[in-house]
Design a protein around this ligand. Structure first.
Ligand code: FAD
Length: 423
């Protein structure tokens, strides 16, 4: 009499961070484990997809927020309450995550022990008792910490909408206009979106260097085009103005305003001042110090691993190239392709008693500097093969009509409920 095979235990995967990198990892892994083409890399037209082995999986995404926030749309969310509402989708409302294979926990991962394969996380909400999460594979996708208003600090959609709503209303009511400090990509987009959405509001961008995007390794033509487009939107741009201090004062009509002083002795009056100067620091405090570099970035290999069965993707990974959401999603896919390979070789060895074959890993190559920057109704883009391009058609290609929200949403198929396993 034959025996009924034992059901295979689900392989447990923990993903810290449910944004571009983390969601891409979760959903591509589910595709692969269901025998489906990975959504990040569908088969080329005319070629047939050959499914790999299928595995029962149990993916846990831990995120401090209660939903996915379309971070690259932040400059528009700060200028428009309609877009703020659209850009934060609670995980419980996201069709792609309504799968028995994927669970989302709202909380902070505080430490990880790669040797024991245990992560500690502190839930948010009523029960804040730290809990242990055991896993087989681990993916760090926790991004960078950046201050408000560059990145919202709220962890729940409700608070986020209150805070951004207050911010938008206070900006538009600023009789003496808004000054944005910092001419990096974020400052340029914040100034441009505010002016584009509220054309009668005086908006000034101040930057301490002689070129915008001065800390990015990009050709001068990109920086000069960004300045040209920003001036076309009627943002006042002050180059070589290093902020020294700002102090409250009363205007001639008895209203409150801010006097902004620069190192060159000049000053100007503003209704409010927003800082867009921070580069952010990696949110990697939960990882052992030996896997981090001096700045806190995770030292990954080309296969994205930083320890056996442990991977890091997105902004927190130490890799070449400007930090971009496209790169984060791409890395998420590469990491789970490699995890799926590991699952496959181990299963083969366990069931057939054969030696583990070498897994076929995908490896990241050098990523050159490239950028797409939205500036009001136009955009400037640069990548090495195509050089610099700009205009309304570039905005449409890189950002659509909602600062990239629909492009990312559709690319990761976040609005589509998961398909079942291929029989
Ligand atoms: C204002 C702004 C505009 C941008 N514009 C563009 C653009 O136009 N194009 C472009 O390509 N890129 C742009 N970027 C960069 C892009 O947003 C990042 O490259 C991208 O967000 C990286 O994705 P990620 O998944 O690595 O991390 P993030 O998007 O930062 O997500 C990290 C997630 O991890 C969670 N988290 C952090 N720590 C923990 C923890 N300990 N426990 C649990 N959860 C945790 C966070 O809550 C968050 O959800 C912009 C960035 C900013 C700030």
């Amino acid at each position: 009499m034959g025996s009924i095979p034992e059901p295979q235990p689900a392989l447990r995967v923990i993903i810290v961070g449910g944004s571009y990198g983390g969601l891409s990892a979760a959903l591509n892994l589910q595709d692969l484990c269901h025998g489906l083409p990975p959504r990040d890399s569908p088969p080329a037209v005319g070629t047939e997809f050959v499914p790999g082995p299928q595995f029962p999986i149990d993916i846990t995404i831990v995120d401090e927020r209660d939903g996915f926030y379309h971070l690259i749309g932040s400059p528009l969310a700060l200028a428009s309450e309609t877009f703020a509402q659209k850009f934060w989708i609670k995980y419980s409302d996201m069709p792609a995550l309504q799968s028995p294979d994927i669970h989302v926990l709202q909380g902070s991962v505080t430490s990880v022990d790669p040797a024991r394969k245990i992560a500690i996380y502190t839930p948010h909400g009523n029960n804040t008792v730290p809990a242990e999460l055991a896993y087989d594979y681990f993916i760090a996708a926790a991004g960078l910490r950046r201050p408000w208003p560059v990145v919202p600090q709220s962890l729940r959609k409700k608070e986020f909408l209150l805070k951004t709503g207050e911010h938008t209303r206070s900006s538009t009511a600023a009789k003496h206009g808004v000054v944005i400090v910092g001419g990096g990509a974020v400052g340029v987009e914040m100034a441009a979106e505010l002016k584009h959405t509220h054309p009668s509001l005086p908006v000034t961008l101040v930057h301490s260097h002689s070129k915008l995007l001065s800390s990015e390794p990009l050709p001068d033509e990109v920086k000069d085009t960004a300045l040209e487009l920003l001036r076309e939107t009627d943002v006042t741009v002050l180059m070589n103005h290093r902020l020294e201090r700002s102090e409250e004062e009363v205007d001639g009509e008895g209203g409150k305003c801010v006097r902004v002083w620069f190192a060159n002795g000049e000053s100007l009056r503003a209704g409010r001042v927003d800082l867009a100067v921070s580069r952010g620091r990696p949110a990697t405090g939960f990882l052992p110090a030996e896997v981090l570099d001096g700045e806190g970035y995770v030292k990954i290999k080309a296969d994205l691993s930083f320890a056996p069965d442990h991977f890091a993707v997105g902004d927190l990974a130490k890799w070449s190239g400007i930090k971009r959401c496209g790169a984060a999603m791409h890395m998420g896919y590469y990491a789970v392709h490699n995890i799926h390979q590991l699952m496959a070789v181990r299963e083969r060895a366990a069931t057939a008693g054969k030696e583990e074959k070498e897994p076929k890993f995908l490896e990241l190559g050098e990523i050159p500097p490239m950028i797409g920057l939205a500036v009001g109704k136009k955009a400037v883009a640069y990548w090495p093969e195509r050089g610099v391009s700009s205009g309304e058609e570039v905005l449409s290609a890189f950002f659509g009509e909602d600062l990239g929200f629909s492009i990312c949403w559709n690319h990761m198929r976040l609005g589509t409920a998961p398909e079942g396993k291929v029989e």
